[in-house]
Design a protein around this ligand. Structure first.
Ligand code: SF4
Length: 371
């Protein structure tokens, strides 16, 4: 993280997490603010607010819910995932990042009211019902460790829980802080993977593919279950061969028996993101393919193209890791049956498929798991 300035909401000035962050970041420039909206206005006044929001950090309260169900998207199969909202936005800079358009303006924000977060999690732990939860929806799970070791704290909080599994999703290779922890298998370390070309051209400031895989191998060596996300997949000339090479590289280092799941999703975007991509990434051509507007209003590749890309990747994964659980993020039954040969409902639904895999890989003992 290259933060120039840290804004502290006066309402959280005395919170232990704030004090700890000030101690850790003492060389940074701090400013206390009574009105957090003024910080957003300030960021919005920049010519490139999406970049400015990556250089400033706001410490404040999460006034909403720390734990919430992933909104998914209408009309497509959803996996009943839960989001743990620890903070927002990201210090890395992917051209396609939805967060650029999701927050107005986007600003690195870290929530410090961890007592409330703890209460929300205790509520989840006490139900006994299986819950898959991640911190990597509104931010990257691993970018915060230098600011505040939230990932390490959460690994400890989830360790030994009988019904809850934490997924830490990242494009970094920053996992050193987690290697010595007693995770007890309740944390799944997960990486988004892409071809070296996509990483180089579209994923600024993220870790190289080799480094992501090395980090995953290090986590596997100390017993963390793993997950991988081929999402977003891009269609370009030669992409199928390049994705196959990524899969070969992955399984040359990683034992598939320790993988809880692999997801696949093709590039899709809200129409309002295209203006941001054109402005901020003039060299990127990712929005100039053949797209259709999906039922959820997002732009996607034509379905036959998506199916072709998925089939190519699934064939390769099945060749190298026949037993790994695969699922699609935001696709319909036609895609599932064309590529995997079944629809989720034939196996109890996506949620049940993933719950069963979490139970197997993470040693959970929930009250009930749909068989
Ligand atoms: S790593 Fe994820 S959250 Fe960060 S910029 Fe890229 S897509 Fe966005």
């Amino acid at each position: 993280m290259k933060i120039n300035k840290i804004y502290i909401d006066q309402a959280v000035a005395d919170y232990p997490v704030t004090i700890e962050i000030i101690r850790r970041m003492k060389h940074k420039h701090f400013e206390y603010v009574a009105d957090t909206e003024s910080v957003f206005r300030l960021i919005n006044a920049f010519k490139d607010p999406e970049s400015a929001g990556k250089r400033s950090l706001l410490l404040t309260l999460n006034k909403g819910h720390f734990v919430r169900k992933c909104p998914g998207t209408t009309h497509y199969t959803c996996c009943n995932y839960h989001i743990l909202h620890i903070g927002s936005y990201c210090s890395m800079d992917c051209s396609y990042c939805i967060l650029q358009a999701y927050f107005h303006p986007p600003l690195l924000t870290f929530f410090v009211n961890h007592e409330e977060m703890k209460k929300s999690l205790e509520g989840v732990f006490s139900t006994g019902e299986i819950c898959r939860m991640g911190t990597g929806e509104f931010t990257d799970s691993m970018i915060w460790e230098n600011v505040y070791p939230i990932a390490s704290k959460l690994v400890r909080m989830f360790a030994g829980r009988r019904n809850a599994v934490l997924e830490l999703k990242t494009k970094t290779s920053e996992i050193t802080s987690l290697l010595g922890l007693k995770h007890q298998g309740n944390t799944i370390m997960s990486w988004s993977l892409n071809t070296p070309r996509v990483i180089r051209e579209q994923e600024r400031r993220t870790a190289f593919l080799n480094d992501r895989i090395s980090a995953a191998a290090a986590c596997q060596s100390v017993g963390y279950p793993l997950a991988f996300h081929f999402d977003p997949l891009f269609w370009y000339e030669g992409c199928e061969a390049e994705y196959n090479q990524v899969i070969e590289k992955l399984f040359s280092r990683i034992d598939p028996a320790g993988i809880a799941w692999i997801s696949l999703g093709s590039f899709r975007y809200m129409p309002q993101l295209s203006e941001i991509i054109e402005r901020r990434f003039p060299g990127s051509n990712i929005i100039y393919g053949e797209f259709i507007r999906g039922l959820d209003s997002k732009m996607r590749y034509f379905k036959p193209l998506r199916i072709r890309l998925y089939q190519s990747i699934v064939t390769k994964i099945k060749e190298m890791a026949p037993d790994v659980i695969l699922y699609f993020c935001m696709e319909d039954d036609e895609v599932w049956s064309s590529v995997l040969g079944y629809t989720p409902s034939e196996h109890g639904g996506v949620s049940a498929i993933l719950d069963r895999s979490a139970t197997r890989h993470c040693n959970l003992r929930p009250v009930s798991v749909q068989r």
